[in-house]
Design a protein around this ligand. Sequence first.
Ligand code: ZN
Length: 251
Amino acid sequence: MKIGFSTLALFMSSFEQFLETASKDGFQLIEILCEGPYWPRNLLSLEKVDLDVFNSYDIDVYIHSPTIDLNPASLNPGIREETLKQLKETVDFGIKINAKAITTHPGLIHRFEERVRKYGMQHSIETLIKANDYAMGRGIKFSIENMPNKYAYFCNNAEEHQFFIKECGSYATIDTGHANTTNDVESFFKMKKIAYYHLNDNNGEKDQHLPLGEGNFDLKLLNGVDKGIIELNSYPNILKSRDLLISSNIG
Ligand SMILES: [Zn+2]
């Protein structure tokens, strides 16, 4: 397995620090979390010379789009438009740094009513079809991530996740921790068009983002996985998870 980590753990560091850390510790991938200081609209105004650092390392770069306060499923057209605009900006930034793929979330509806949830789902799919078409046109993979097992979230089970992937024409990012909160973890590993994985663990109920091996996620499911981004908020725990994958010969 090619192993990498989410820059969540190194929040506020520079691109060069991300890449240098990854390279020093022998990682082959990183995923840049485009929130706050890494907001795509701001990154797009950086000069080419500021982005040249990405050519200096032999590390494959993946991008997590901004999702905080955005929602492709929103019943409010203004929020959907802004979400699409920011997804397109994320694609444009990805092209500039030669990223391999962009991951985003399918959104949510905070109403316990199936009728309203379905309506939101149509909006989400419409928004994500447009984003996927834009990404395809620019030549980058667009990927939708599965969410924890909560009613409000879309793609909170493998069947709905596969439905979104098919409808949107996109790829799938499988988050092992999110999958582990459902009662059918294995189905996620059989899905079609998986771009890569987010690796983290939990107790099977909450999205705790524990290091691998510290929850009840079955690590054997990772056999055959070719690209995994360890997504935890502490760098020492990333190293711990990576060492466990290597020592137990997984992937
Ligand atoms: Zn995510």
